[in-house]
Design a binder for this molecule. Structure first.
Ligand code: NAD
Ligand code: DAU
Length: 331
């Protein structure tokens, strides 16, 4: 099978490429990635001779068309992915997440290629802390930020291309991922690398916001389960019952790294900050048999801390610019 992986130099995509090569021998992988600030070619260094790597834009039809024509499957990870950036400048989010998805959909339509769309639980908006409900595939879309609204729009494009043109597509909406190769702008790697540098972790606002954490390897195994067993046109929510508030996550990182658990700072909150995400993944589990293998968040977090300690050369080049940007926003 020939798989075209967009965004394969990013966090989840790079893990997907590694997993696919090691767990699905015989699969030919082509990566299409623009190598924005978030794409790191070093994430693919150890598999470079096993893949085809194309640097290019998913919104560029001339680049996309021949790659899709040559594939049996497209797995679309490429996106502008960071909420804070979308609040500073939404324009690349519209271009990549909407126009890029449109460009891929037109190509898979022309060439009759199976398509899997990677999306986020943020399309559903947020929940109150005391709300007993969780997101399901029928929860109405209610995105809050330029990032999540651009992802919501891209999901709706996929649904329309399935219904109107018979494109063979599935969609997955996953909760917050953690694990190796995640950019230091994101919450967990930012705090780990701050502590390696002797800097206090930074909590937005009161730190009460809840995220539903899943290990990136579990996310990607679910993606393959959907590709193998999911029904065309369906949406699957991916989550591992990992709800935890940000303060608790920071306390756990501090403890695992040998610091006092109150050794953090509160900084400016994110405008429009979603309060809580929570996933009901029962449809995915029932239809595909998928279940998470990382059942202890604490153990997965300890492994992740170890990875950042052992891979400073991977993250160090991005650290200073990331922190300079945050400090301008009082974060
Ligand atoms: P990331 O920011 O780490 O990586 C994105 C990758 O896409 C980078 O390699 C970047 O160079 C590439 N890219 C960006 N614009 C491009 C363009 N126009 N053309 C080609 N390549 C381009 O993102 P991530 O965290 O790995 O997220 C991957 C996908 O998963 C995204 O679609 C995101 O919405 C979704 N998602 C992420 C999470 C999470 O917790 N990180 C959770 C659910 C869903
Ligand atoms: O829910 C899935 C989404 O998870 C994905 O679609 C996004 O691509 C991904 O970036 C992530 O979005 P979040 O905005 O939830 O992730 P982030 O890592 O930016 O922040 C996680 C939480 O931590 C959020 O409540 C904001 C808070 N935070 C973040 C940073 C960077 C802090 O308290 N301090 C920080 O320094």
């Amino acid at each position: 099978m020939k798989v075209l992986v967009t965004g394969g130099a990013g966090f989840i995509g790079a893990n997907f490429v590694h997993q696919t090569l090691s767990e699905r021998p015989g699969t030919q992988v082509t990566v299409l990635d623009k190598l924005t600030y978030a794409g790191n070619p070093a994430s693919l260094d150890d598999v470079r001779d096993q893949i085809v790597f194309v640097q290019g834009d998913v919104a560029d039809a001339e680049v996309v068309d021949p790659l899709v024509a040559d594939a049996d499957l497209v797995v679309h990870f490429a996106a502008e992915s960071h909420n804070d950036n979308s609040l500073l400048d939404p324009s690349p989010f519209i271009q990549t997440n909407l126009v890029g998805t449109f460009t891929l959909l037109e190509a898979v339509r022309r060439h009759h290629v199976r398509y899997h769309h990677i999306s986020t639980d943020e399309v559903y908006g947020d929940l109150e802390l005391d709300d007993p409900s969780r997101f399901t595939p029928t929860t109405p879309y209610n995105p809050s930020s330029p990032y999540s609204s651009s992802k919501a729009g891209s999901d709706l494009l996929v649904r329309a291309w399935v219904r109107s043109f018979g494109v063979e597509a599935t969609i997955s909406n996953c909760s917050n991922n953690y694990g190796p190769y995640q950019h230091v702008e994101k919450f967990i790697p930012r705090q780990i690398t701050n502590l390696i540098d002797g800097v206090h972790p930074k909590l937005y606002g009161a730190g009460e916001n809840v995220r539903d954490w899943i290990h990136v390897l579990d996310h990607n195994r679910a993606v393959w389960a959907i590709i193998d067993k999911g029904r065309i046109g369906e949406t699957y929510l991916i989550g591992a019952d990992g709800e935890m508030n940000n303060k608790h996550v920071v306390e756990m990182i501090l403890e695992l790294m040998g610091y006092a658990t109150n050794d953090y700072k509160h900084v400016n909150d994110r405008p429009g900050h979603d309060m809580r995400y929570a996933i009901d993944s029962s449809k995915l589990r029932a239809e595909t048999g998928w279940a998470p293998q990382f059942t202890s968040f604490r153990d997965g977090l300890a492994d992740t801390i170890e990875w950042y300690r052992n891979n400073e050369a991977w993250w160090r080049p991005q650290k200073e610019a990331t922190e300079t940007k945050y400090s301008k926003q009082g974060q």
